[in-house]
Design a protein around this ligand. Structure first.
Ligand code: NAD
Ligand code: DAU
Length: 339
């Protein structure tokens, strides 16, 4: 039986990926290592499963990672662990370097010592804002513009350097904007869906004409699995629906799904350094036999429906003092000013 160490498995995409493997790969043992930051939830994962073990810890802790890899006889590391929210990286950037750069480096070092297979979960944000009608290719120059995307780009470069220098068995996937079940409420689709359900305004940054490739998390997870099982070592693969829509189009779908009016839309002060457009070509991954099942609007509608049907999941978060403190810090002033 192979053993996968899945870091960040109590977060949004990691948990969806673990659930996919538990359902479809009964011959794998899964060890989840998670620091349990504000974005993590233990109940994103099944409470008990014979093939699953959950350990609390920090990927940047070299001794812990060495111990875990040896004691659990890990074959493969899949690194989802990260600080992931652009707005948080603007408010508090330093922890992004600590986890996304140093933490990734620690994992690579442990993988090198034990000759493990290493897969890095990266993002289309490393390409920066995309002009004209270009679709980012995996060979494009990296041009990150936020502390978050810069830290993810640094992680990618370290992974590539371990492949080239040490022959480590690496792959990287660069996913676009994911939506679906178990996403923390700071991200736009769960935030706007739950705001709408609470009849609160939807704070649209700037004109809302920024473009994102909203991808269903299940498509991202099957893309990652495809690369793990059939990808070429040393290669990078984009994962997304392969088409993008504006944030205004995204929120129209969302409002329609939950049956709330457009009058909730409020244009507010833009995000600093806001990337105007992301767009990825997914042809390289499709050549491995993978195909996205959801178009962006379908993905947004499915995600909004999940939050609509699961208030028990998000209501306690909305009511928590930590979320309310973040919400006030991020939005109170913005919502006071008419733009
Ligand atoms: P998330 O914020 O929901 O989850 C991140 C998880 O990592 C949390 O469980 C958190 O506790 C854990 N974590 C953070 N720091 C850690 C540390 N030092 N040690 C161990 N665990 C730690 O994020 P997500 O949206 O699930 O993103 C997962 C990965 O996918 C990230 O690497 C992110 O950059 C990448 N990604 C996300 C998206 C997206 O749209 N959400 C798109 C493309 C790529
Ligand atoms: O593209 C992949 C990336 O997608 C991932 O690497 C990140 O981890 C993930 O957080 C996501 O980044 P974004 O910045 O695109 O996601 P977010 O949900 O924060 O914002 C999506 C869009 O919505 C973006 O253009 C900003 C806008 N937005 C966001 C919020 C939170 C608003 O207009 N208002 C908001 O309140």
């Amino acid at each position: 039986m192979k053993t996968l160490l899945i870091t960040g498995g109590c977060g949004f995409i990691g948990a969806n990926f673990v659930r996919l493997l538990l359902e479809t790969r009964p011959n794998l043992k899964l060890v989840v290592l998670d620091k349990m930051t504000y974005a993590a939830r233990r109940d994103n994962l099944p409470e008990q499963h014979p093939n699953l073990e959950v350990v609390i810890g920090d990927i940047a802790n070299l001794e812990l990672m060495r111990h875990l890899v040896t004691s659990q006889q890990v074959d493969t590391i899949v690194n989802f662990a990260a600080e992931t929210h652009v707005d948080q990286s603007i408010l508090n950037p330093f922890v992004f370097s600590q986890t996304n750069v140093i933490g990734t480096h620690v994992l690579l070092e442990v993988a090198r010592e034990h000759k493990l297979r290493f897969h890095q979960i990266s993002t289309d944000e490393v390409y920066g804002t995309i002009e004209g009608d270009h679709h980012s290719l995996e060979s494009d120059i990296l041009a990150p513009r936020s502390p978050y995307s810069a830290s993810k780009a640094a992680g990618d470069q370290l992974v590539q350097s371990y492949f080239v220098t040490y022959g480590l068995q690496t792959t990287i996937t660069r996913g676009s904007n994911n939506v679906g079940a178990y996403q923390f409420l700071e991200k736009v689709v769960p935030l706007f869906t739950t705001n709408a359900m609470l009849d609160l305004p939807l704070p649209v940054y700037g004109d809302g004409l920024q473009m994102r490739d909203y991808t269903h998390v299940s498509d991202h997870c099957t893309g990652i699995l495809t690369v793990l099982e059939r990808g070429t070592i040393g290669e990078i693969y984009n994962v997304g629906a392969g088409q993008e829509i504006t944030n205004m189009a995204m929120l129209e779908v969302l409002l329609e799904t939950v049956g709330k009016p457009r009058s909730l839309i409020r244009h507010v002060t833009d995000r600093a350094g806001h990337d105007r457009r992301y767009s990825v070509s997914v042809k390289k991954l499709e050549a491995l036999g993978w195909k996205a099942q959801y178009q962006p609007k379908e993905a947004v509608a499915a995600a909004a429906k999940w939050y609509f049907e699961h208030p028990e999941y998000w209501q306690p978060v909305r009511e928590s003092s930590s979320f309310q403190a973040y919400y006030n810090r991020q939005y109170a002033k913005r919502l006071e000013v008419k733009v």
